[in-house]
Design a protein around this ligand. Structure first.
Ligand code: ZN
Length: 291
């Protein structure tokens, strides 16, 4: 067997193992099992509540007209998500709109179940909608590695789209790269007499093993990341949040918030700029390593 044949065989074996371990762990890939420890839900700032786990950052934006949920997480963890929403005193059935940071298994695998349980309208960017609607097909980096329950998408959000519910407005900023339709959501909250700009950052990592240079499946991938970094650098940000708890130091900030720290420790404009700069440095290092 030549080298190319061997590489193909090893690749197929890896995909098979990833699939088998997924099935054994109720759909959670083995590498992501440690991301599911329960975290007591809490109010982050304004009408934004944390309903995620130690690593999967899911947010409930509560309004008098029902709620917006940003990311659904793993399907097997939807009961835990529901419990978190209800522990805050909200009804899970009042989730009216389901948004996505980006169409990867850890953020949208639960979409179909949440939509079925709540009747929420699922909104997604055009480029990510196809991946959500097919349950994982068409991702430029993971390709067919992960598959999950397909979820109908009820509406497409364009760049700059505004999602309104009960006096709250979220704005979509298309920031492709990590996925083709990765979406940065922003909104304003009012706290302590101040209007605070909130940024929900999707991700800017390079998926493991993804080919950045001369990738025929995504020829513009490097330019996409670069343009997204330019957007992130100039977005006003007081309250820094993201799709993974580790992106914005959730655990430490939650602890400080519980201790009564003022001002709210999630107000972290410097931390936001520092994180974006670190993501950009890592991105350039991966690209250079492939040239
Ligand atoms: Zn991702």
């Amino acid at each position: 067997m030549n080298l190319r044949g061997l590489v193909t065989l090893v690749g197929m074996a890896c995909l098979l193992l990833a699939g088998l371990s997924c099935a054994a762990n109720r759909g959670v890939p083995a590498s992501m099992l440690g991301w599911n420890q329960a975290v007591p839900p809490f109010r982050v700032a304004g009408n934004i509540y944390y309903v995620g786990t130690n690593e999967m950052a899911l947010f409930l934006i509560a309004t008098p007209a029902g709620h917006i949920l940003l990311d659904s997480g793993f399907e097997a963890k939807v009961p835990q998500l529901r419990h978190s929403v209800e522990a805050l005193g909200f009804r899970f059935g009042d989730v009216k709109i389901l948004l996505a940071s980006h169409a990867h298994i850890d953020h949208v695998q639960g979409h179909a179940l949440v939509r079925r349980l709540t009747g929420a309208r699922v909104l997604a960017s055009k480029e990510d909608a196809g991946v959500i609607a097919t349950g994982g097909r068409g991702d430029w980096a993971y390709r067919e590695m992960f598959s999950w329950t397909p979820c109908p998408v009820d509406g497409i959000v364009e760049d700059g789209a505004r999602v309104d519910l009960g006096g709250t407005e979220l704005v979509a900023h298309l920031t492709p790269g990590h996925t083709r339709g990765a979406t940065t959501w922003t909104m304003t909250v009012h706290e302590g007499g101040r209007a605070l700009a909130v940024v929900f950052f999707p991700s800017a990592t390079v998926p493991p093993g993804a080919r950045m240079v001369d990738n025929p499946d995504y020829p513009g991938v490097i330019a996409a990341y670069e343009s997204s970094f330019a957007i992130w650098r100039r977005l006003p940000c007081d309250v820094f949040l993201g799709a993974h708890a580790s992106f914005f130091g959730l655990q430490a900030k939650a602890k400080r918030l519980r201790a009564g720290e003022q001002p709210n420790p999630f107000i972290d404009p410097a931390g936001y700029q520092k994180s974006i700069a670190e993501f950009e440095t890592r991105f350039h290092a991966v690209v250079e390593s492939q040239r």
